[in-house]
Design a protein around this ligand. Structure first.
Ligand code: SF4
Length: 751
């Protein structure tokens, strides 16, 4: 099946004219990143040379993808947008909520029972709004997108950090929060700070045990977890053409681990082969006329330092396999040094579980390369020593791997084939262990290895490596095993070496599948009723927030004056709260529970002005709300940094907080607050933060003349009768002021 071919052809038809205009205005050769970004400027956005790392720019992405955990709140908001159908092709993928425990079939059955109301809701809303729906078991969002939707030169956003996977097929694909997805699905522009561009030149060719995964594991060591922040990583050089499309996707996927906005590869023969193998020859055909626009200009490749903000070179011929970890993906260890590092640091030497899967490494090529190692071990009479778990990336990969005898190889080695889903990668793993307090080591082909991520156990040392290396270490059961130098004992007691991995980039007999697991939405979903049980604990209909009453805000109590860092995690924690992501009332019980109260240095302990007692922040906010009172939150610098999480803006709005007054905002969160109809204000004199006292009554004056560039006034009435008055700034433009007046951006759009 080929999806949205008309839209894709339209992008290519418009490409030559657009690129010519861009070149005329920018008057310089273009990187691939710039070609895609500038051809996706929102229609009202001026075409000019935007400053990288500084200017905020509105874009018009071609499509949206959502995974089942984040889709819930996004779709609940979309239901309030007044739209009948999404403005751009969009999809929902049921992959995060399936727990890996026994086997694919049993776990899928369990997930369908435990998550029934969420799945039913997602199915109905998708059908109503024209969104493609991928059922539980269809596969992991990014693998499914790569196989079906990613197209070179396109631009997409996805409500998941590893959306950049599609960069392997030449698409600018960026992970965002649900509110951004709603904007794009509702036909609004989507804002991004014009990213810096890091050029990574690949030379040489991979060989032996080195794999595409090792490129990004090495790069993670160079850039560290923050080195890619606000940057797009663009790969170039002759080395890129030796990598398969799925190998490139692996590299782009893990670009998220260095904080990159996204990563991208140019279009080449491998991309064409992958498009054709995945039934998209029409896309490959349409590209023939525009191929030169799907790579950086020649001048950029010749003088990369002139056009990229930073250039890094990696010689694939010299690359050795890496094992990164534990606890952070940028702890990069080439395998030749790992045994020494491991002994020095005292990592648990017994390798207890090997896991292959995740959106990072679950392609057909990954499966075949890992299986070649297992098969070689079987033929040499070597037993597998550790537990072995495989999660195929999609039903297409699973079906084809089964047909081609690959799953059989794993199963004969004692591996459990789990569902085509995220599973252990996102902590959805019911791991059975004899003693959770014992430090232990596992090796995965996933992308993240933070403490507790896979099995919730802080004693688990998780390392990430290529699937072939995971297979080798699982066979050896020894964390320090180096298959390039170390022999293993076979069942006759002989020392034997494992052969180097071999695999197939694409299946010789082509991909096969019985049922992709896709449900096409009906052409007109306007008649569809979306049912949410009123007593549901996981889903709740969103009621539009009330419009502004036209008056100044007067004499509000302070909810909390937060001290120090206040990220979106402090404002709306993840972890156990994930299950309430579709229920605003329930999840609001985590509002600001991580923020430190400046008056007592405690978290989640604020003074109730009516009783003088200290209580939880959400509890006090609910009391204010029940009395018909709003409240105010005061905080310090960079309030709301971290993941773009709309819950962090929706929860205060829901619990009747009227304004957040801070020394500075993280820009994305500031915009999210504006979208929800909140007042996001900043101290002009940062010392005014110190004037706010615990028992103050706070008024916000000047709203009747709320306009861009005009400050508002804060009046603090202290409990001793004294007053402090000062001005605060805001960054609302005309449109955003309309959002405030309407009660939210969605209300405004609907009106
Ligand atoms: S496999 Fe892991 S990294 Fe990929 S989407 Fe699922 S949870 Fe995220």
């Amino acid at each position: 099946m080929i999806f949205d071919i008309k839209m894709i052809q339209g992008v290519y038809e418009a490409l030559p004219d657009k690129i010519n205009r861009i070149t005329q205005v920018l008057k310089r050769p273009l990187t691939l990143t710039e070609k895609i970004l500038y051809t996706h400027l929102s229609k009202d956005e001026e075409l000019k040379d935007y400053k990288r790392g500084e200017d905020y720019v509105n874009f018009a992405p071609d499509r949206v993808a959502m995974q089942d955990a984040t889709a819930q709140m996004a779709l609940l908001q979309l239901m309030n947008s007044g739209r009948k159908r999404v403005a751009v092709p969009s999809t929902v993928h049921c992959d995060h909520l399936i727990q890996a425990y026994k086997s694919a079939k049993e776990d899928l059955n369990t997930a369908e029972i435990t998550n029934k109301e969420v799945y039913d809701f997602l199915t109905e809303v998708s059908n109503k709004f024209g969104i493609g729906f991928w059922k539980p078991g269809a596969g992991i969002i990014h693998q499914v997108v790569l196989e079906n939707y990613a197209f070179p030169g396109g631009m997409m956003i996805g409500t998941d950090s590893h959306t950049p996977n599609a960069g392997g097929l030449g698409m600018i694909a960026i992970g965002v929060g649900g509110a951004d997805a709603v904007d794009v699905m509702a036909g609004m522009p989507w804002e991004l700070k014009m990213p810096r561009i890091i050029g990574v030149k690949l030379t040489g060719k991979l060989s032996g045990w080195a794999s595409a995964k090792d490129v990004i594991l090495k790069l993670a060591g160079i850039l560290t977890v923050k080195g890619g922040t606000n940057a797009i990583i663009e790969y170039f050089g002759e080395g890129v053409h030796s990598l398969s499309a799925t190998g490139k996707a692996t590299i782009c996927n893990m670009g998220a681990e260095v904080g990159a906005t996204t990563s991208i590869f140019p279009y080449d023969e491998k991309s064409a082969e992958y498009l054709i193998a995945t039934d998209r020859k029409e896309v490959a055909d349409a590209i023939k006329a525009v191929r030169q626009y799907l790579q950086a200009d020649t001048e950029v490749e010749l003088s990369p330092e002139k056009y990229y903000d930073r250039v890094i070179e990696i010689n694939l011929s010299e690359l050795e396999p890496y094992i990164n970890g534990p606890f952070t993906p940028d702890a990069a260890n080439p395998i030749s040094e790992f045994a020494k590092v491991s002994a020095e640091k005292g990592y648990p030497q017994k390798m207890e579980v090997g896991l292959i899967g995740s959106c990072t490494n679950s392609s057909y090529e990954d499966m075949t390369r890992a299986a070649s190692i297992v098969k070689d071990a079987q033929e040499k009479g070597i037993k597998v020593k550790a537990q072995f778990i495989i999660n195929p990336g999609s039903e297409q990969v699973r079906y084809t791997s089964e047909r081609d005898g690959i799953l059989d190889v794993f199963e004969k080695a004692g591996a459990t084939i789990m569902a085509n889903a995220c599973g252990p990668c996102i902590g959805q793993w019911k791991r059975e262990t004899d003693n959770p307090d014992r430090p232990n080591s596992i090796v995965t082909s996933f992308n993240r290895n933070f403490a507790k991520r896979n099995d919730g156990n802080p004693n688990t040392h998780a390392f990430v490596a290529s699937p072939e290396l995971v297979a080798a270490l699982t066979i050896a059961g020894d964390l320090s095993f180096n298959p390039m130098t170390d022999p293993l004992l076979n069942d006759k007691g002989e020392k034997v070496m494992l052969k180097e991995p071999v695999g197939a980039e694409l299946p010789n007999k082509g991909f096969g599948v019985d049922d992709l697991g896709y449900i096409e939405p009906v052409a007109d979903g306007s008649h569809i009723e979306v049912n949410i049980a009123p007593d549901s604990q996981r889903l709740q209909v969103l009621h539009p927030f009330a419009a502004w009453d036209g008056k100044d805000i007067t004499a509000l109590p302070l909810l909390i004056k937060a001290k120090g860092k206040c990220t979106t995690d402090h404002i709306s924690m993840a972890g156990p709260w994930l299950r309430f992501r579709g229920h605003l009332d329930n999840i609001s019980d985590n509002m600001l529970i991580g923020a430190v109260n400046a008056f007592n240095d405690k978290t989640n302990s604020v003074k109730n002005p009516f009783t003088g007692e200290f209580e939880a922040v959400p509890q006090l906010a609910r009391e204010f709300k029940s009395k018909g009172l709003g409240s105010v939150v005061v905080a310090e610098e960079n309030y709301g940094e971290g993941s773009s999480r709309e819950h962090a803006a929706m929860e205060p709005r829901f619990l009747n907080v009227k304004a957040i007054i801070v020394k500075s905002f993280a820009r994305i969160h500031e915009t999210n607050l504006k979208k929800q109809g909140m007042l996001a204000l900043t101290f002009i004199n940062k010392e005014d933060y110190d004037k706010v006292r615990e028992d103050d009554k706070i008024s916000i004056l000047g709203l009747s003349d709320f306009r861009p560039g005009r400050n508002l006034t804060i009046e603090l009435l202290h409990s001793d009768g004294e007053k402090d008055t000062f001005e605060v700034a805001h960054t609302y433009n005309h449109l955003q002021i309309e959002w405030f007046k309407a009660g939210s951006a969605l209300n405004y759009m609907k009106n």
